[in-house]
Design a binder for this molecule. Structure first.
Ligand code: SF4
Length: 394
């Protein structure tokens, strides 16, 4: 028998109850208890962590920007002795959020200018983004929608549900609806079911997706009853959002398995973040762990040019280096598509390492993951006797 310890990629750890030793397992596993007991003030943060001056100033800013709010489950993942730790950087505000670089924007993906109805973004021909709420279980400091999410920023989200349904009914070219926000999984089962029923009642809508970070921030929400409700509305897909392997705890793995067991195909959207996941090693561990949770790494996003996010943005060169370090070196299913959401509303643009070295009407020259060069004919060459002689001399 091997005495080797499991590789990091196969280690799933529970951090419960951590900072909440006196809480009963029933309370801890109750998603409403988790929401009620979120760490959402500087005072509470200071009770639980040694807060740095940068974080102190950041938490004061959060009241007029994106709120501070962290579920106890996710808070326990924070590295207490590492002020630059990958979990902490994602959810604890820092003073740098107050600095806006000249190229940063409140609405970097140009969503507001593609909103025919309040709360419905129609940017691509056959699909829409339905912003059903502005609330999340915890708030990510780099959130693309921080102008509306949490309700503390400069804009408010006023989704008009009836107008949105009427728009969806009228626009028969729409075949794909993505529920996002905010996070639709914060709704009660009944409320989310009502929205799913309304969308499913529209015959030309083939595909419903939910974008959610709740399975990661609040895995207790993924109850068997909730999964049974979702199962009635297939085909229903879910995109989760995990950035670092530490986020994949035993509770999160079990929640993802419950969703998969109820037939929900799962993809992951990571955001490339400086000091969080900007290395091949961390990303490799993350994508391998995701596959163990039955989640297909789907997108790796270049961090949008959201105001106050410079300290979290890694370079595009780093993103390309990560994909180069994964492609060919691990299972194809483990390699996400790296994309830049084109600033101002251009949509997602895939960004890949340069594997095509030359391309004309006759041939394409490519390099593989080992750097070896190969040539492939571009056009089918008519098969003549001359070729036959050349190719088959015997
Ligand atoms: S979960 Fe999504 S919508 Fe909510 S704060 Fe994080 S990135 Fe923004």
């Amino acid at each position: 028998m091997s005495s080797q310890s499991p590789s990091p990629a196969t280690q799933f750890i529970s951090h419960a109850p951590g900072h909440w030793p006196d809480v009963s397992p029933e309370q801890w596993n109750d998603w409403k208890w988790q929401l009620k007991n979120r760490v959402n003030s500087l005072k509470r943060l200071e009770d639980l962590l040694e807060v740095t001056p940068e974080e102190h100033a950041g938490a004061l800013l959060a009241g007029s920007k994106l709120s501070l709010s962290i579920t106890p489950h996710f808070f326990n993942l924070i590295e207490p002795d590492d002020a630059g730790g990958p979990i902490r950087r994602q959810v604890v505000p820092r003073v740098e959020e107050g600095h806006t670089a000249p190229w940063e924007m409140a609405d970097p993906c140009g969503e507001d200018s593609h909103m025919p109805v309040p709360g419905l973004v129609h940017r691509y021909p056959d699909r829409v983004l339905f912003l059903v709420t502005d609330r999340c279980a915890s708030y990510c400091r780099y959130c693309t929608r921080s102008r509306v999410v949490s309700g503390a920023g400069e804009q408010e989200l006023h989704t008009n549900f009836e107008e949105a349904f009427a728009y969806l009914e009228k626009h028969t070219e729409i075949r794909d609806v993505l529920f996002s926000g905010g996070d639709a999984l914060l709704f009660s089962d009944d409320k989310l079911e009502y929205l799913l029923q309304r969308v499913r009642a529209i015959s030309h809508i083939e595909f419903v997706r939910i974008g959610s970070r709740v399975p990661i921030f609040l895995p207790q929400r993924i109850t068997p009853e909730f999964c049974r409700m979702l199962q009635k509305y297939h085909p229903l897909w879910m995109s989760v959002h995990v950035n670092h392997p530490r986020e994949l705890t035993t509770e999160v793995r079990d929640a993802l398995n419950r969703l998969a067991d109820h037939g929900v195909p799962l993809g992951n959207q990571s955001v490339l973040l400086a000091g969080v996941n900007d290395s091949v090693e961390v990303m490799r561990e993350l994508v391998h762990k995701l596959l163990l949770c039955r989640v297909r790494p789907y997108y790796l996003y270049q961090c949008d040019l959201i105001q106050g996010s410079s300290h979290l943005r890694a370079s595009v060169a780093k993103g390309i280096e990560i994909i180069e370090g994964l492609r060919g070196h691990t299972s194809g299913y483990a390699v996400p598509q790296y994309v830049i959401d084109a600033p101002g509303g251009g949509g997602k643009v895939p960004v890949n390492p340069g594997y095509v070295l030359f391309h004309d009407d006759e041939k394409v020259v490519v390099r593989n993951y080992e750097g070896k060069i190969f040539e492939y004919p571009e056009v089918a060459i008519p098969f003549t006797n001359h070729h036959k002689t050349e190719l088959c001399p015997g």
